[in-house]
Design a protein around this ligand. Structure first.
Ligand SMILES: Nc1ncnc2c1ncn2[C@@H]1O[C@H](COP(=O)(O)OP(=O)(O)OP(=O)(O)O)[C@@H](O)[C@H]1O
Ligand SMILES: [Mg+2]
Length: 485
């Protein structure tokens, strides 16, 4: 007997085994990446168990011409019942096998056409391909001996060949793998600011995803963290957020703490609803007055048995009594506030930390909201207690995985392309890539119109007893006598 037929036979057996193993592998990947449609599979399991229990299957088959095929023999029946009940999972797994095959042949052609085939015919091999969010996917392939630069050079060919939009290509040198972050939807690299896209009270635009404009509001997300390395677009985002909230909720008061020299928020200076403070010392003074507002509002809500500011205002609307407006505290470069040293004394830092932490914990109910922007999200530069209460997170590109993990819990912000305004929005478990709207200082000034108050220099206006916040406190004190008085 010659050897050839045995080898061929073994090959056939191996092929069949791998054919049978393929759906099991897909099920394993599905469980690992949590992509199995559990609800549908569970529904099928419940329905099939019902059919088996009532022997509906037996009834139907015994009345057909296939009745001789029904597995009466016990072990065979067990196998049949198991396969029938888990059919949902197997169907899904086979569809995945088919999709993977199609993808592989497409990929093979794409890599060949993009010149990513080595002299010995080696091609990058697909390891995994899964979704990072409903729109973005991550494909991992072996590098087939090619450097990262070769993949990056060929990105536009791969884009065209595969009909996808590649955002980023990066490599894991040790594992010799290449990660391709892509989507089937194009993403704009610049999005204009259109205030009508978020026109409800306390609503603002987060950015444009690949499919729609994402908006949120301070009722659903009471406090916000804006993080990212320099030049990402934090201050530009804060500018449009402040303007949007101002245009939508004219009674909202803003304390803008600008610790980068007082330049970012200067366009809001000398305007009625805004107080701009350029130093930690001035910020601490204003924060102290907010701390008192917090105390007084808490007492007031308790006295009126209201759970939050909104129910208090509703209750008092009929009586045409006191209306408590929202207060927004925006800090640009929070690290300057939390790190004692050049800009701040440690006593000031302690006070500011304490008050900001209290606002983050209790501000929601009394209508005091916090927006904190920082380049450095580590625990030294941003109080962990404050951070834990900032439920909405917008993270622009980060330099390294550690910073991205500190903000988002994963490395997605390092996967972002280097485009100003590109960020990841995280709210609860939802994580979406967005392009934040661009709003220049000049445009913002046009929306705001001419300033109402005479110009004063930063610090003096900040601790001015008639500044918006301290003045608000005064008026509140009068209000607190009792709306019915
Ligand atoms: N959404 C955007 N779309 C397009 N370009 C943007 C966007 N946001 C910012 N930019 C561009 O990037 C530049 C830097 O933005 P910005 O000053 O907001 O960054 P930053 O994150 O605040 O940086 P830093 O941490 O140094 O203060 C802007 O001058 C603008 O040209
Ligand atoms: Mg900035």
């Amino acid at each position: 007997m010659n050897k050839q037929p045995i080898v061929i036979r073994i090959e056939i057996i191996l092929k069949n085994i791998s054919f049978l193993l393929a759906p099991i592998k897909e099920l394993f990947y599905g469980i690992k990446s949590n992509t199995i449609p559990w609800q549908y599979c569970a529904c099928w399991m419940a329905a099939s168990s019902f059919i088996l229990l009532l022997r509906i299957d037996h009834f139907l088959i015994s009345h057909s011409r296939f009745k001789s095929l029904y597995p009466y023999y016990s072990p065979l029946y067990k196998l049949y019942a198991f396969s029938f009940a888990t059919l949902g999972f197997w169907t899904w797994a086979w569809v995945q096998v088919k999709k993977r095959k199609e993808k592989l042949s497409k990929l093979t052609a794409a890599f060949k056409n993009a010149g990513l085939e080595s002299k010995i015919g080696r091609l990058p091999n697909l390891i995994s391909d899964f979704s990072l969010d409903p729109i973005i996917r991550k494909m991992r392939v072996t590098n087939a001996g090619f450097p990262l630069s070769k993949f990056q050079e060929q990105a536009k060919y791969l884009d065209a060949e595969l009909g996808i939009y590649i955002d980023l290509i990066k490599e894991d040198r040790e594992a010799r793998t290449i990660d391709i972050i892509y989507s089937h939807f194009p993403m704009a690299n610049e999005v204009p600011y259109v205030p009508d896209e978020a026109s409800k009270s306390l609503e603002y635009i987060v950015g444009r995803t690949r499919a729609y404009t994402l908006t949120t509001n301070f009722r659903d997300t009471p406090h916000l963290l804006v993080a990212g390395q320099t030049g990402g677009g934090k201050s530009t985002f804060l500018r449009q957020l402040i303007l949007n909230i101002h245009l939508n909720s004219k009674s909202t008061k803003f304390l803008l703490i600008d610790l980068k020299g007082g330049l970012e928020f200067s366009l809001f200076e000398n305007r009625k609803q805004f107080v701009v403070v350029p130093s930690v010392l001035a910020a601490v003074e204003e924060l102290k007055s907010i701390d008192k507002i917090l105390d007084e509002r808490m007492t007031l809500l308790k006295a009126h048995q209201c759970k939050d500011l909104e129910s208090y205002n509703r209750k008092n609307e009929a009586a045409k009594a006191v209306y408590l407006d929202r207060q927004m505290i925006v800090v640009d470069e929070a690290a300057e506030m939390f790190l004692a040293g050049h800009h701040a004394k440690s006593k000031d830092v302690q006070i500011a930390r304490g008050i900001l932490s209290r606002i983050a914990r209790q501000g929601r109910a009394v209508g005091v909201h916090l927006v904190i922007a920082t380049q450095r999200p580590d625990s030294r530069s941003l109080d962990p207690q404050v951070k834990a209460n900032l439920t909405g997170v917008l993270c622009f590109q980060m330099m390294n995985d550690a910073s991205s993990i500190a903000v988002l819990g994963n490395g997605r912000a390092t996967d972002l392309p280097k485009i100003p305004g590109r960020a990841i929005w995280k709210n609860g478990i939802e994580m979406l890539e967005v392009q934040t709207p661009i709003l220049t200082v000049e445009e913002a000034e046009r929306f705001l119109g001419p300033s109402e108050k005479p110009k004063k220099n930063g610090l003096s206006s900040a601790i001015d007893p008639e500044s918006s916040f301290t003045a608000d406190m005064k008026s509140k004190k009068e209000d607190y006598r009792s709306p019915q008085e």
